[in-house]
Design a binder for this molecule. Structure first.
Ligand SMILES: *[C@@H]1O[C@H](CO)[C@@H](O)[C@H](O)[C@H]1NC(C)=O
Ligand SMILES: *[C@@H]1O[C@H](CO)[C@@H](O)[C@H](O)[C@H]1NC(C)=O
Ligand SMILES: *[C@@H]1O[C@H](CO)[C@@H](O)[C@H](O)[C@H]1NC(C)=O
Ligand SMILES: *[C@@H]1O[C@H](CO)[C@@H](O)[C@H](O)[C@H]1NC(C)=O
Ligand SMILES: *[C@@H]1O[C@H](CO)[C@@H](O)[C@H](O)[C@H]1NC(C)=O
Ligand SMILES: *[C@@H]1O[C@H](CO)[C@@H](O)[C@H](O)[C@H]1NC(C)=O
Ligand SMILES: *[C@@H]1O[C@H](CO)[C@@H](O)[C@H](O)[C@H]1NC(C)=O
Length: 541
């Protein structure tokens, strides 16, 4: 009996399935300790969200410029036309980073700022100069650049020819990537090809809620765009590998986002299966080809069976040729992970045939535990345990890649600057998510090599406009210089960086602000009891 339970617990650990406790942690304890000496601390932004100067100095139009100016789909019709004006304020940004104490800064290059028409036929030297200045300013302040090539701002000129639905865009992306390696690679040694392909294709080519705004053939365009993104990623990786790695000695990878899908009830097999299927659809869609050459089987089967039921002659999920499989396999020197929160997942196949679409193919549904603290974004609940779970899942599902957490953070919607700066909820979030990451490293052996806080400052939060603030720094959008002010969380993050972890001192583990923190889920209690029973069995053995 004891052994069976012991094995069960070990299995749960191996599978990366951890229960959660009322404080949102995976084991009810706060772990004190230090990160490895060479652990990388960073903070992030992206070009469209902060730069402003959308049509200045020869910059071309991007699909986000077009989307915000015409779609009517952004909260309050906000745009990134001005944003934080980092195009002018980049030196201030670097000082914020220096005060945080980070060793790295993750930013993105705007493709149409350097190639206004998308192709290398027209290079905008003023755009190149802007990024050269930013990179030099970072290095002068001892901060290393972590450069994302594509954070969603495709040149509109390429969109006019079909964008990511047209395979020639892959070649244009490869040309653009090569140009960046040539012009910036003497000083940049950490490269990310794409940020969050899942969001790009699900939101942009399925629901139409993000640029370029397609919603007409969600079960088809979504997968075609995803297919092209994977091939474009592989092309750029090989270009770096073949032409630049030997001299520039850098590394290049991709950043994928996922939530953590916790089975709604771990004793219901269909919930467990659905949660794993959700992880494969959300993360495996892009990670599986990169590590194993092709889409996950469950995804091929689901889309294949649904397509058949829809009387289509072939699956809506495109197929890679054997040559493509070979060229995609192994094209990430590290795994970039953007993680924000967990959900409770269960099986949902109420509409076996349609309407066709990624979510219908996935056939899962999500719930939340009302005990989870909320944030300024509907999709984001404060669930620190998910960080440890997702890191363990990646560790066991793929061949133990080095992982950079390339984004993690939380939003709020403060009513005033004063409230915005006193952001205890954000401090709570960072401390506890980072602590769960520490557990994944120290207790579970996951190879996490760096952490990036999203975001350095408040900025344009896509379809949510400026309403949801994710910054460590408050941005005063009405001031002429878009003044940045450190929030309390910036100081807390700085201290974690300075200590390289958590030194032994008392810390509150009670979730703060507007939270039903006393409601404990039955599920949580059940597993807690199971856990303590186990401990008892072990002790009395
Ligand atoms: C946003 O713009 C659309 C037109 O694109 C207009 O119909 C709508 O009223 C505007 N909404 C707000 C909140 O200004
Ligand atoms: C972009 O292409 C158009 C022709 O399609 C050309 O007139 C224009 O000069 C190009 N832009 C730049 C910045 O080279
Ligand atoms: C794809 O893009 C190329 C230019 O890169 C263009 O010549 C071609 O017509 C496009 N194809 C479609 C179907 O739009
Ligand atoms: C349907 O799913 C089963 C597994 O459940 C799989 O063996 C089969 O190949 C799938 N069919 C198609 C057309 O993908
Ligand atoms: C597929 O074809 C069958 C047989 O003709 C038909 O009964 C069924 O309604 C069709 N399904 C869809 C989704 O069109
Ligand atoms: C804004 O920035 C400019 C240039 O850096 C500077 O001269 C000016 O004093 C700043 N204004 C304010 C209000 O901070
Ligand atoms: C989980 O499922 C089991 C088996 O169906 C059931 O006995 C138990 O009550 C469920 N737990 C919760 C918290 O719903």
């Amino acid at each position: 009996m004891v052994n069976t339970l012991g094995v069960f617990l070990v299995l749960l650990n191996i599978l990366g399935v951890f229960t959660y406790y009322p404080d949102g942690s995976s084991d009810g304890k706060f772990l004190y300790g230090k990160f490895p000496d060479d652990f990388i601390w960073s903070s992030a932004t992206s070009s469209y969200q902060i730069e402003g100067a959308w049509d200045v100095d020869g910059k071309g139009e991007s699909i986000w410029d077009r989307f915000v100016h015409t779609s009517g789909k952004v909260y309050n019709n906000d745009t990134g036309d001005v944003a934080c004006e980092s195009y002018y304020n980049y030196k201030t940004d670097v000082q914020l980073l220096k005060e945080l104490g980070v060793s790295h800064y993750r930013f993105s290059v705007s493709w149409p700022r350097v190639l206004p028409n998308g192709t290398i036929n027209d290079i905008n030297e003023k755009g190149i100069t802007y990024y050269n200045n930013l990179i030099d300013e970072l290095l002068a302040n001892d901060i290393k650049p972590m450069l994302t090539l594509y954070h969603w701002d495709l040149p509109q000129k390429l969109e006019d020819h079909g964008g990511w639905l047209n395979e020639t865009t892959n070649d244009h992306f490869n040309d653009y990537a090569r140009l960046c390696f040539q012009r910036f690679g003497d000083r940049v040694s950490l490269w990310i090809t794409f940020n969050e392909p899942w969001i790009i294709v699900r939101h942009g080519y399925g629901y139409g809620i993000f640029a370029p705004g397609y919603s007409d053939a969600p079960g088809t365009k979504t997968y075609i765009a995803g297919h092209n993104l994977l091939k474009a990623h592989a092309k750029a990786w090989h270009t770096y590998d073949d032409e630049f790695r030997a001299t520039q000695k850098g590394t290049i990878g991709i950043t994928l986002n996922t939530g953590w899908s916790e089975p709604r009830n771990a004793s219901i097999p269909s919930d467990v299966e659905a949660a794993e299927r959700a992880m494969q659809f959300d993360f495996g869609w892009f990670a599986h080809p990169i590590y194993y050459g092709d889409y996950p089987d469950v995804m091929k089967w689901q889309v294949g069976n649904k397509s058949e039921a829809q009387n289509l002659t072939e699956s809506r999920l495109p197929k890679f040729t054997p040559a493509e499989i070979e060229s995609i396999k192994g094209t990430s020197d590290f795994m970039g992970l953007n993680f924000y929160g967990a959900g409770l997942t269960f099986n949902d196949d109420n509409n076996p045939v349609g309407p066709p679409g990624y979510d219908n193919d996935k056939a899962t549904a999500g719930a939340i535990d009302p005990a989870w603290p909320v944030s300024g974004s509907d999709w984001l609940k404060v669930t620190p345990f998910g960080m440890r779970s997702v890191l363990n899942w990646i560790y066991t599902t793929y061949p133990n890649p080095p992982i950079y957490v390339t984004e993690n953070g939380v939003s709020d919607r403060p009513s005033s600057k004063e409230n915005g700066i006193s952001d205890e909820a954000r401090t709570f979030y960072y401390r506890h998510y980072i602590d769960e990451m520490l557990k994944a490293i120290k207790l579970d052996g996951v190879n996490v090599v760096g952490y990036t806080a999203w975001s350095l400052m408040d900025n344009f939060e896509w379809a949510s406009g400026y309403r949801e603030r994710f910054g460590l720094h408050w941005v005063d959008y009405d001031s002429p210089n878009k003044t940045r002010t450190a929030k309390d969380s910036a100081k807390a993050y700085s201290k974690i960086i300075a200590d390289n972890g958590f030194i032994d001192e008392p810390v509150s583990t009670t979730p703060v602000s507007g939270v039903a923190s006393t409601t404990v889920s039955l599920f949580g209690i059940g597993l807690t009891i199971l856990f303590f029973t186990l401990q008892l069995f072990r002790m009395t053995r």
